[in-house]
Write a protein of this length. Sequence first.
Length: 309
Amino acid sequence: MAKKIPKKAAGKPAKATHSIARVKAKVDRKKSTAASSATGKSTKKTTVKKPIAPKKRFRPVSGDVSGQTLNTGVLPLFNRPAKRKLGILPDGHDDRTPIRPDTSGNYLAPYNLLCQLVITFPGGQEVGTGWFGGPGTLFTAGHCVYSRKLRGKALSISVWLPSTNKYIWATAWGSTHEWLSAGSEVADFGFVKIPVRSPSFFRYGDFAADQLRSKQIYIIGYPNDNSQQVNGPALWGQAGHLDVVKPRQLFYKVDTGGGQSGSPVFCWDDKSGLPVAVGIHNYGSEAMNTNYATRITAEIVKQLNSWNV
């Protein structure tokens, strides 16, 4: 008759096996370390830093663009005035409309030329809008690349491309001397370079004041006070007309919000039938009950061209 193995004894082989496994794992680790020392290669996994999306997530959007027909096919410090907002609702009501992608989830032109910027500054993170003004160049507001409020120049900029539904890293950015040195509102515009070339882009030009007053304008961008599409950040915008045209600024009551800074103020060119940027949205004033932009003049066209290489 076979003897019964005491429970205590029966548990010893398992304990021994576990100890052997631990010793073997320790030996394997030592061998791996020795091998890596001999080859000079590290066994640690390397991680690739991915472009960042905004931390805040928004609710899904719905709606359409009813009544708004668009195309289907070293940095010195400066004293920045206080209480400048980046967009307001002049009449107190938000009349912006969500811009929806097509059935395949893609934005049609010129919506696909508008990119979201997620900017990391020494003092925090902001969201802005940029637009293709050349194959690999985005134009935006100057405070999207340098912000005294957030303690200086942008450390990194992540760009959402609606054509690929992905974020990529910007490779370079900058602004005007007037903005960097003096914080001039009329010079609050800049550029962002990305390692992707777009086959199409916004035209930009200097229109006469009478022409500008007669045209319907559009301001569309990525506000941080509104929704998020399923595939990424959502575009919102509104059409309207200019109230005041000054030599270096444009004023309007078209609704905007934070995050839309850098959006193009654009209209349609009667001759070419193409969208043309005539301003770069950058502010809103509750005191004046208006939003406003830097007007694209002949001088600014030269500046933009110098960046667009």
